[in-house]
Design a protein around this ligand. Structure first.
Ligand SMILES: Cc1cc2nc3c(=O)[nH]c(=O)nc-3n(C[C@H](O)[C@H](O)[C@H](O)COP(=O)(O)OP(=O)(O)OC[C@H]3O[C@@H](n4cnc5c(N)ncnc54)[C@H](O)[C@@H]3O)c2cc1C
Length: 384
């Protein structure tokens, strides 16, 4: 293993891979990416639903989406790897007056930023997804350019191209400590020895807090378990569309997956945990909500389920940029359930900062110190 590097990246999920790729594109290739598992992309990245959308409440997140979706549309040509990106759209269903009001405001914001998003009446929403019950739906929003992509394809595309450009990727190596001298990063300790470096990127997803602690930096990210279920489908009864439907007020979501249906829902009872065991007793709660919206699910059998970890920040916005208090430590953390889709832009922005370039992006809402001085920025409301 290399004993010195200009930049060491801790974590081989979509974030670490994106930073590696964007550094390499800037000509910074004396970079080592360290992943403790035997393969890349087995953390949150390997558990996610692949959803990609422009529809966020926070301007900075919409800007991340515009840039990231732009790159995903060009991914095969620009990065050189297929990502199976289908832009069948995201449909949000709103069933409370409060949500309608929030979404009206945010649709105006999204349109001002150039997002083509439609405001729908309940019957328009029903027409998009045959078999869906919209009895208590007051309105909906739809953006055709939203969609679903392959998280493994994005991660491996970034990582392989970074390697081809000269970046070193090491698997099965755990970072155990970060050394600092006079407030500056000097090295990382690993299970395979020390690497001297002046720049460390914390791309450890749900484990970001522990990496921060190694340098005495507080990274307020909690691991929160989220489930995904697959219903084996009778193709005649599963909606024929691949639109991602999000029932905003319950957080129940679904989209067609092969001949079946992928679905999930947030669990407000979850407390921070690294346990990713499937809680089967949560399934009946999901089904109760699900059959109201999608009656055909009552007859479906569940063929598969898994759980992964959201890396939650206190306000649902990421923590992106230089850490305060320790020079040379960079954070790309806390994406709160929407990190896969924002990894292209987030990696580009962080690579620019490391290279000393202007990222041309207002990072105020993502600043690491925003929790110390509250009120600096509003968080994200569309966390599903
Ligand atoms: C069920 C579920 C559904 C989701 N759906 C979506 C979605 O539809 N759209 C979307 O955009 N996002 C979604 N997300 C969120 C998305 O998966 C995450 O935001 C994203 O994957 C975070 O990527 P990451 O690279 O930061 O973290 P990870 O993929 O977790 O990568 C971090 C890596 O760091 C490694 N690591 C940790 N500690 C060390 C150490 N000490 N030394 C070396 N390596 C270390 C870990 O092994 C891991 O591989 C979902 C998440 C879940 C759980």
């Amino acid at each position: 293993m290399k004993r010195t590097a200009e930049v060491v990246i801790v974590g081989g999920g979509c974030m670490g891979a994106s930073v590696a790729y964007h550094l390499a594109r800037l000509g910074i290739t004396d970079v080592v990416l360290l992943e403790r598992e035997k393969m890349l992309g087995t953390g949150s990245t390997g558990r996610n639903a692949g959803g990609v959308r422009h529809q966020f409440s926070n301007e900075a997140n919409i800007r991340l989406s515009l840039e990231s979706i732009g790159l995903m549309e060009r991914f095969a040509e620009e990065v050189g790897h297929p990502i199976d990106f289908h832009q069948d759209g995201y449909l949000f269903l709103l069933s409370s007056e409060a949500s309608v009001e929030t979404f009206q405001r945010n649709v105006a914001l999204q349109r001002r930023l150039g997002v083509d998003v439609q405001w729908l009446e309940a019957h328009d929403a029903a027409a998009l997804v045959p078999g869906m019950n919209v009895d208590n739906v007051l309105a909906g929003t739809f953006c055709q350019r939203d969609g679903i992509a392959d998280p493994n394809g994005v991660t491996m595309g970034f990582a392989r191209t970074a390697q081809a450009l000269g970046v070193t990727v090491e698997r099965d190596v755990e970072v155990t400590a970060i050394a600092t001298t006079s407030g500056r990063v000097t090295a990382v300790e690993t299970t395979r020895g020390t690497i001297e470096t002046r720049n460390v990127v914390n791309a450890a997803g749900p484990w970001a807090r522990a990496i921060g602690q190694m340098a005495d930096v507080h990274v307020p990210v909690d691991p929160i378990r989220r489930h995904i279920f697959i219903a084996a489908g009778d193709p005649m009864r599963v909606p024929p569309t691949h639109i991602m439907v999000i029932d905003f007020d319950t957080t129940f979501y679904f989209h067609r997956e092969g001949a079946g249906l992928l679905f999930g829902m947030g669990d407000r009872q979850e407390t921070p945990t690294f346990d990713t065991t499937v809680q089967w007793d949560f399934l009946p709660q999901v089904i109760d909500v699900a059959v109201t919206r999608l009656p055909a699910l009552a007859d479906a059998s569940i063929s598969r389920a898994w759980a992964g970890l959201y890396e939650m920040s206190p306000d649902g916005n990421p923590i992106l940029g230089a850490a305060s208090g320790v020079d040379g430590l960079y954070l790309i953390n806390g994406f709160s359930g929407h990190g896969f889709q924002h990894s292209p832009a987030a990696g580009r922005i962080l690579a620019d900062l490391i290279a000393g370039r202007d990222p041309d992006f207002d990072l105020t809402p993502f600043a690491a110190d925003r929790f110390v001085s509250p009120g600096a920025a509003a968080g994200e409301r569309y966390v599903v």
